[in-house]
Structure formats: structure tokens, C-alpha cells
Design a protein around this ligand. Structure first.
Ligand code: TEU
Ligand code: CA
Length: 553
């Protein structure tokens, strides 16, 4: 049953199937495309693959709107393709994590089609229905993808809650029948050999029963997050999930928990295994300090990112487990956001930010393409965008006059989720080898220089650097278990820290700037240099974007 916590030393690779590899020329990635590229991931050395949702979906939010939890999305293939894919993954010793999206379903799910039929339908309370208040929406909450979080339904004259798009009605977790359905479905996937779950917005499944209005912080609607994140019963529901499903299988579990604090994380990701293994926090993404929510062109400041990361490292020590990430399918590309994607510094800074993340305590996540230093797409026109979040926000902010089209386009270039969703760049052939057809979203123009084939042929590529980082985590216990301690915590340029385990001490230094900075951190001629992105280190200094990891015993 529970072998030694294999998940603690695992490196997880996230695939966004729609954009990974198209095997049948329809311009859309699919499961057979993934199966055809498993040897590439085996070479990289990852232990686990997390797939963004692959279930039946109308794709209003690219699969995060599920219409059948136990069947495969038509665009992605068949259940036979799934069975072949998981068999091939397990043959290579790679585990599979599925994306569990149960805060909401699609409005095309049979449960919702029943629920909306009448007030006394047996499925009515699978969702959250409210009467109008003073003739309008029950609260002033804004949905994450624009407009009100409430949609009026003529048939029964009531509103239903949708924290995301209108086609993503929130499930009512207070209803034990909903919990039974979810736990039964999860068990079904575990019995098919799935090795874990990434749980979409799982901090949102218990709402504040008072449904109060929120503060207007984005210039348009009330902020619902205090009333839908970390709600009154969320830990109760997760402990029930753990008892009825998770504890019965040898799984890795990660909760995506918007609004999570370190205090809450100590419950969600506690070390006694009564809830989940770890959670994704969002503080280091700095997506809440824009004038209009996330819509800003500002890059996060290293000092702020370091303060957040170091807080999470120290406050969870001995109490809970961290996840570690710079990007995913909802975030811009790591090297564009936290590094420097100019031709001169793209590779060296990609290696530096990777070192900074992978030497921390917790489970590191690699998002598809991050391992070859893929960059933001910087689309010039709104017609290039496909993401419902981008399209709706562009419309809402320009039509309300709060932002001009140019201002909104500049924000989208920096922070839109589509930056991470352009096709994986396999080689320098047409469409980067992603498809022989027309890709559902444009390929990044720089694919002729940035692609997996070129990376595999260059021993100094970002790919082989990630391969080395993964090997180090598998080889050195101090990287998995060492206690974190921040260094130089008021330095403007260098992010440095140490990890100690017994008599071993790992010292990590990362120059986040494009200038040479002095650094007296290392006893230069002692210790074992585990990894560096520079061949010729200058004692007492760090070159632009230089990083070094020295092990002292
Ligand atoms: O994301 C939840 C979430 O918090 C996002 O809305 C995130 O805050 C936002 O995208 C940042 O701009 C999850 C999935 O990862 C996302 O792809 C889905 O769109 C969303 O839930 C709804 O399922
Ligand atoms: Ca396809």
C-alpha cells in the first residue's frame, strides 16, 4: 500500500494535452501524441506526468468544464488510447496524475441538464441555485472569466453560481450525493491505475453560507474570494475524500488552492497524510497586486518573490510539504516572467531560475516547454488569443472604458495564459513539428531557434541542465530533506539560501540580474560544485544570471 513516500523526491512534468503533440493532423494535441513522446520525457528523467483535463468537454475552458468524468474528450482520442498511454507510462516507470475538476462541472453534464429542469428535480441540489435578491443577482460577485458569478435561468426563475465561466456551474459539495458521485469516480480512475490527482481550485468547494457581497477591487465586480476560498467545511470534505479514496491507494495528491495561506496549507498539506500531499499557492505569482486584478505589465520583483518563497519554506518546515513551480498552463512562461528572454540571456537565465526553484524544499513541477526555455508568444492582436479568460477580460475592460485596447493587449502579452498554451516546439519543421495540420493556436515564431530537437543536439542546452537538476534531486538526500535557511535576504540582486541535513550543507546562489555582482558567499576552494551555469567562475563575484550550488560536508 503506502511504500516510502516516493512522491517526496518526485519531479512532476505538466502536459497541456491540447498543445503537446498532435498525432492525427487535426491541429489539436491528443493522447497518442503524448504516448509517442514518452521517451523524450523518460530521457528528461521526470517521475510523474500531470495531464490537464482529458475528459469529455465542450472546451469552453479547454477541458476545465467536464461533461463526462469517465470518458475521454473526443478531440484527444478514446479510452483505448488512454489505456495504451498509461500502460506505456508505467512501462517507463513514469506515474500518471489526472486533473480532478470537481468544484464545477460543464453545464452540458447530465447532472446539470437534469438540475435545471425543475426545482424538485432529484439533481436540483447538485448545484448552487439562489432566488433573485431585489430583482437581481444574489451577490455582487464577479466571475473569474468576466461578468457576474450568477447566471439567471428562465425555466425556474433562479440564478445558479459559476465562479468561472457561465458554462462551469459550481457543484454543491454540501450535498452528500455530490460527494458520493465524486468519490466513486475517483475510485474508478484509481482502479484503472491512475497514480494521483491535481485538484482544480479545491480550496473553493465549501462556500460561506451567508453569501455576502464582496469588496469591489478590480474596478468592476465584488471580490468573492474571501467567501469561496478555504470555506467552513473544506477540510472536512478533504478528510472524507482521504478516508474514502486517497488512503486506499498509493497516490500523489496536490491541491490547487487559490487564496491559500501558510496557516491553511498546514492543514491541506499536513505531514500526517489526513488530507493532501501538497498544495499550489499563488502568492509568488504576484497576480493580485495589479490595479485591475492580474492585468498588469509589471514583472514581479525578485525581492518580493524571494520573501514569499522563503516564508513558505520556513513556515511549512516540519509541518507540511511545498509544491515548487514558476509556471503552468495558467501562467506566462517562466523565463519571460522571472528570467530574461532576450536572445543574449534566455538560456543562462532559464538555467538560473530553474536552479533557484529545484534546490528548494518541496516537489518541483516542470511545465511543458519550460525545459527548453520556451518564451511568451507576445501575440500582437486579440484575434490570436484563444483563452476565454483573455477574450472576456479584453472585452470587459475595453468596453467599460477602464483600459484602452493597447493597454489591455500589453497586459495580455505579459501575463495571458495563452503564453503557455502555444504548441510545444519539437523541431524546426512546419508548425514546430507539433502538427501536420493547422494548429488550434499559433506556434511561437521563435520555434526555429527554440525546439526540443535542437536542445537534444546541444550538450549545453537548457534541456540537459534540467536533466542534471532532476538527477541531483534523485541522488542527494540533502536536496529532498535538508532544512531551508535564507541567506543575503536583503540583497537586491542575489537570491541565496542554504539547505542543511546532518553534517551536509548545500549553498545556492542565483544572480537575478544582467550585471556582475560581488558575492562573498562561497569558501571558494572548498566544497563540491554540484551545478553551475557558468564555466569560468570569478571568485568573489557572480556574472549576469550566474548560479552556483556548492555542497560542503
Ligand atoms: O485555475 C484556477 C485559478 O485560480 C485560475 O483562475 C487562476 O487564478 C487564473 O487562471 C490566473 O489568471 C484553475 C485551472 O488551472 C484553470 O485553467 C481553470 O480555468 C480554472 O481553474 C477553472 O477550472
Ligand atoms: Ca489531434
Amino acid at each position: 500500500k503506502m511504500s516510502k513516500a516516493w512522491w517526496k523526491s518526485s519531479v512532476i512534468y505538466q502536459i497541456y494535452p491540447r498543445s503537446f503533440a498532435d498525432s492525427n493532423g487535426d491541429g489539436i494535441g491528443d493522447l497518442n501524441g503524448i504516448t509517442e513522446h514518452l521517451d523524450y520525457l523518460k530521457k528528461l528523467g521526470v517521475d510523474v506526468i500531470w495531464l490537464s483535463p482529458i475528459y469529455k468537454s465542450p472546451n469552453d475552458d479547454n477541458g476545465y468544464d467536464i461533461s463526462d468524468y469517465q470518458d475521454i474528450m473526443t478531440d484527444f482520442g478514446t479510452m483505448e488510447d488512454f489505456d495504451r498511454m498509461i500502460t506505456e507510462m508505467h512501462k517507463r516507470g513514469i506515474k500518471l496524475v489526472m486533473d480532478l475538476v470537481v468544484n464545477h462541472s460543464s453545464d452540458e453534464h447530465r447532472w446539470f441538464l437534469e438540475s435545471k429542469k425543475s426545482k424538485d428535480n432529484p439533481y436540483r441540489d447538485y448545484y448552487i441555485w439562489k432566488d433573485p435578491k431585489d430583482g437581481k443577482e444574489p451577490t455582487n460577485w464577479g466571475a473569474c472569466f468576466g461578468g457576474s458569478a450568477w447566471q439567471f435561468d428562465e425555466t425556474t426563475g433562479m440564478y445558479y453560481l459559476h465562479c468561472f465561466s457561465k458554462k462551469q456551474p459550481d457543484l454543491n459539495w454540501e450535498n452528500p450525493a455530490v460527494r458520493d458521485e465524486v468519490f466513486r469516480m475517483m475510485t474508478w480512475w484509481c482502479e484503472k491505475g491512475v497514480d494521483g490527482f491535481r485538484m482544480d481550485v479545491i480550496s473553493m468547494i465549501s462556500k460561506d453560507p451567508a453569501y455576502p457581497d464582496g469588496e469591489i477591487k478590480d474596478g468592476l465586480h465584488g471580490d468573492m474570494s474571501p467567501y469561496v476560498c478555504n470555506g467552513p467545511h473544506v477540510h472536512e470534505y478533504l478528510q472524507e475524500m482521504n478516508k474514502r479514496v486517497l488512503s486506499r491507494f498509493d497516490l500523489i495528491t496536490v491541491g490547487e488552492t487559490p487564496g491559500v495561506t501558510t496557516e491553511e496549507a498546514k492543514k491541506y498539506a499536513n505531514l500526517d497524510g489526513s488530507e493532501l500531499n501538497m498544495v499550489f499557492q499563488f502568492e509568488h505569482m504576484g497576480t493580485t497586486d495589479g490595479k485591475y486584478g492580474k492585468w498588469t505589465t509589471r514583472k514581479p520583483e525578485m525581492k518580493k518573490v524571494r520573501a514569499v518563497m522563503n516564508k513558505w519554506q520556513t513556515e511549512l518546515e516540519g509541518k507540511a510539504w511545498n509544491s515548487l513551480y514558476w509556471d503552468n498552463h495558467d501562467q506566462p512562461r517562466a523565463v519571460s516572467r522571472f528570467g530574461d528572454d532576450s536572445p543574449m540571456y534566455r538560456e543562462i537565465s532559464a538555467k538560473m531560475i530553474a536552479t533557484c526553484l529545484h534546490m528548494l524544499k518541496g516537489s518541483p513541477y516542470i511545465y511543458q516547454g519550460e525545459e527548453i526555455g520556451m518564451t511568451n508568444a507576445y501575440f500582437k492582436s486579440i484575434s490570436d488569443y484563444r483563452d476565454i479568460e483573455a477574450i472576456n477580460a479584453y472585452k470587459e475592460y475595453t468596453e467599460s472604458g477602464l483600459m484602452t485596447e493597447e493597454e489591455m493587449l500589453n497586459c495580455l502579452k505579459m501575463i495571458s495564459r495563452d503564453n503557455a498554451r502555444t504548441p510545444m516546439q519539437w523541431d524546426d519543421s512546419a508548425n514546430a513539428g507539433f502538427t501536420t495540420g493547422t494548429p488550434w493556436i499559433s506556434v511561437n515564431k521563435n520555434y526555429t531557434q527554440i525546439n526540443a530537437k535542437a536542445a537534444l543536439e546541444d550538450k549545453d542546452s537548457v534541456f540537459y541542465y534540467y536533466q542534471k537538476l532532476i538527477r541531483l534531486r534523485h541522488q542527494y538526500e540533502v536536496i529532498v530533506e535538508g532544512v531551508f535557511h535564507g541567506l543575503l535576504e536583503d540583497n537586491d540582486d542575489i537570491y541565496a539560501y542554504e539547505r542543511t541535513l546532518g553534517n551536509e550543507k548545500l549553498v545556492v546562489a542565483c544572480n537575478f540580474t544582467n550585471k556582475e555582482v560581488s558575492c562573498e558567499l562561497f569558501e571558494e576552494n572548498e566544497g563540491e560544485e554540484l551545478i553551475t551555469n557558468y564555466k569560468n567562475h570569478v571568485a568573489g563575484a557572480l556574472q549576469p544570471y550566474e548560479t552556483r550550488v556548492i555542497l560542503y560536508k
